[in-house]
Design a protein. Structure first.
Ligand code: MF3
Ligand code: CO
Length: 290
């Protein structure tokens, strides 16, 4: 961190003097760092303009998911869902972030039943009554990234799977409630994990949430099995996703060696995920993308 003079212009770009802007904020962060905590660097703290950009991008992300929600049903292929996402996103003047991201071949991730995440849309994969699917949409609009996903139950699904989907959604809602500035990501994660465990479920350890906004994946990595008091300090202006992957059985997962993307549960039992993007505010958080 470069030490600014009190009368210098603040690093945040507000145009105000440092002493009237983020000086006290930085001192607070330094206190936490001295106590050995992981603290955010300035470059992951968003300005009000950047937050507005992410909010606008998020509106498109939500519209795309709503568009999918109106059409998804048994008999549809995951390739068709990919086409809907591509069409709706580009019609709205935006870019689907997954397309060509690190070589990902499609515009959206479609993850069915025991697929945990990063499922690749495929014309031969037809949705069947009784399946549960995660649709993970990410959008770039005017350079700003937003990211959210929802679960859909295809026709009638078993009570067991329906409950997994519901509890996973509750985990995200509990997470949202526990985002508070000057507390830790682990404080939020512990509550999410407790709720999953209470219902007999487990949470995937290797894959988690992430900072987002100016890039698809920014710091911090957001782990949902971390205990209270650990992981990064949350401060106003930080933007990240809450996206726990909740398994009906064991937490272990593996990645398909052939396609290099699709992540499965090791035990073959179903997994569910919901994802939102939040910004930490002065007294909690605002959900930018649901
Ligand atoms: N949307 C996913 C996330 O939440 C990332 C997908 S990466 C992709 O982080 F390349 F598969 F799209
Ligand atoms: Co994400």
């Amino acid at each position: 961190m470069i030490k600014l003079g009190r009368n210098d212009l603040c690093w945040c770009g507000s145009g105000k003097k440092y002493k009237k802007c983020h000086e006290a904020f930085d001192e607070k962060i330094i206190q936490f760092a001295r106590q050995g905590h992981i603290v955010p660097s300035h470059d992951i703290i968003k300005t009000p303009e950047q937050i507005e950009g992410i909010r606008e991008s998020g509106k498109i992300n939500i519209a795309v998911l709503d568009y999918v929600a109106e059409r998804i049903k048994p008999g549809v292929s995951t390739e068709e869902i990919d086409q809907w996402v591509y069409e709706k996103t580009t019609q709205m003047g935006a870019i689907p972030a997954p397309l060509n991201y690190c070589g990902f071949p499609k515009s959206v991730c479609t993850s069915i039943d025991e697929v945990v995440c990063h499922g690749i849309p495929d014309k031969n994969r037809i949705l069947q009554e009784g399946e549960i699917i995660n649709i993970d949409v990410s959008t770039i609009y005017k350079g700003y990234y937003s990211d959210s996903s929802r679960m859909f139950c295809i026709g009638e699904v078993s009570e067991e799977k329906r409950k997994l989907v519901e509890v996973t959604k509750e985990c995200v809602e509990i997470g949202i409630k526990h985002v508070k500035p000057w507390t830790f990501l682990g404080d939020m994660s512990e509550e999410i994990n407790k709720h999953a465990m209470k219902n007999g479920y487990t949470i995937v350890r290797e894959i988690g949430g992430h900072g987002v906004g100016l890039e698809f994946h920014e710091d911090p990595f957001v782990c949902y099995v971390a205990p209270k008091g650990t992981e990064m300090l949350m401060v106003p202006g930080m933007v990240f996703t809450i996206e726990p992957m909740v398994n009906m059985g064991q937490p272990d997962v593996y990645t398909d060696e052939e396609d290099g993307w699709t992540v499965y549960t090791e035990d073959g039992l179903p997994s569910a995920q919901w994802e939102v993007t939040v910004v930490v505010t002065e007294d909690g958080c605002e959900v930018l993308v649901y």
